[in-house]
Design a protein around this ligand. Structure first.
Ligand code: GLY
Length: 441
């Protein structure tokens, strides 16, 4: 099953269970100051869960574009982390609850008319004291008790708003995919047990003070990773080999004249370019522009990381613009507006890449000298003021400084960096108030 077929099969399955199929919402949240970018299928539906607004139908299903950057440094290093991914979600707004949500998830995953995954390879987790979910998994679905794990951190939330205990489904991909540790089990950070489905029993509303108020109605929020499920169905060692990402790896490998699968270091860079390529195209398509703050900075950081990983593979010339066509080739069927905005997306990416290349060559040269000096002096910490100078004078992103230092076994003296940053803020504030004084005179 291709990624496109899987997305459609999921939407159609839940349409057959009386869900209204809606297109993905934009990555830019509406009326939700707690989020910079949409990072879950449920995020656009918060007012439906709380009862503030009434949905067109009490059951909705979507495949939602999502951006999450909390794990950005893991991208390319694991089989499953991304900054951009698509989240499959079936939602109940005060309609069905645990019994139906669990039964339908299982039916879609294991029934031979749908995904036909082997039931004996699936494990489930539940919130520590969720005896109701335990009973359904054990008695209705017949999952053996030893494959139902109670977990304290099975509680799901994003920003403020609706949240609740959750129940996840994992696939055991086999010992050969594991870390080999004696206590490798569901929840281990390695690639053996892959979480593919999360059912959130949305029963609470969290406010800004961190208080949890029970919601008037019980709801279902689902988060199932399209790329992860595709990797299982397509029997690939990671999401990056699925048809949702591999054409980007092929493009980047060709552009860099390297071969995928030959070196861990190069593979990480190819995967970063592939992942970040999808993110930047979809973000710009949804109206985000590179800038130094907010979601614009998320985009800028992603694009700059892609350029740097290209350079790590020896790509001295710009390479991001042709990648737009490859992304649209993969995602264009699901998100037709991307093709309409193709030229615009290329223009933004081209300008930003060019601008960053200038910054990068100046900053890299200076950072290279700083690293060489430290190594010669047998030191492994870069003074914060030096990193700040790179950031302040050359516009060199400090996250990049930290990453490059880490690759050379050097850490950044964070305190000094923050001190210098605060001093600079103070100076800027003083300069602003001087100007105000002048203006008032
Ligand atoms: N909203 C459920 C999830 O992101 O897993």
């Amino acid at each position: 099953m291709t990624g496109n077929e899987l997305r459609n099969a999921y939407l159609e399955f839940f349409r057959s269970k009386d869900h209204l199929v809606l297109p993905s919402y934009s990555l830019i949240p509406e009326n939700d100051p707690s989020l910079l970018l949409i990072g879950a299928g449920m995020a656009p539906f918060k007012p439906f869960f709380t009862g503030k607004m009434k949905p067109l139908h009490p059951r909705i299903v979507t495949s939602q574009k999502c951006i999450r950057t909390g794990d950005i440094e893991n991208v390319g290093r694991t089989a499953r982390h991304h900054t951009f991914f698509e989240m499959l979600g079936n939602f109940s707004f005060g309609d069905y609850f645990k019994r139906e949500a669990i039964a339908w998830a299982w039916e879609f995953l294991t029934d031979k008319r749908y995904l036909n995954l082997p039931a004996d390879k699936l494990w489930v987790t539940i919130y520590t004291d969720d005896d109701e979910a335990h009973g359904i998994w054990l008695n209705d679905i017949k999952v053996p008790a030893e494959r139902i794990i109670r977990m304290e951190d099975n509680f799901w939330e994003i920003g403020t708003g609706p949240c609740g205990p959750c129940s996840e489904i994992y696939v055991d991909l086999g010992e050969h995919r594991g870390c080999g540790s004696a206590d490798c089990k569901v929840g281990c950070d390695c690639d053996r047990y892959l979480e593919i489905w999360n059912l959130v029993f949305t029963q609470f509303d969290r406010d800004e003070a961190g208080e949890y108020t029970p919601l008037a109605k019980k709801n279902i929020d689902t988060g199932a990773g399209l790329e992860r499920i595709a990797s299982v169905l397509q029997n690939k060692p990671s999401n990056f080999e699925t048809d949702l990402l591999y054409p980007l790896i092929e493009y980047a490998a060709k552009a860099a004249s390297v071969e995928y699968g030959k070196s861990d270091k190069t593979d990480v860079s190819l995967k970063v370019v592939a992942d970040h390529g999808r993110s930047m195209v979809v973000m710009i398509g949804d109206g985000v522009l590179p800038s130094n703050e907010g979601r614009g900075y998320v985009l800028r950081r992603i694009l700059r990381r892609a350029v740097r990983h290209g350079r790590l593979m020896g790509m001295e010339k710009p390479f991001l613009v042709p990648l737009v066509d490859v992304v649209i080739g993969i995602l264009g069927a699901a998100y037709p507006d991307l093709a309409v905005k193709r030229d615009y997306i290329k223009t933004i990416i081209g300008l930003e890449e060019e601008r960053f290349r200038l910054t990068l060559s100046q900053g890299m040269e200076l950072l290279g000298t700083l690293i060489a000096d430290l190594q010669e002096a047998g030191k492994d910490v870069l003074p914060g003021e030096d990193a700040f100078k790179l950031y302040d004078t050359f516009g060199f992103p400090w996250e990049l400084t930290r990453e490059i230092l880490a690759e050379n076994g050097i850490s950044l003296e964070q305190e000094g960096f923050e001190r210098a940053m605060n001093e600079q803020r103070e100076r800027a504030r003083a300069a602003r108030s001087d100007n105000n004084d002048n203006g008032a005179m």
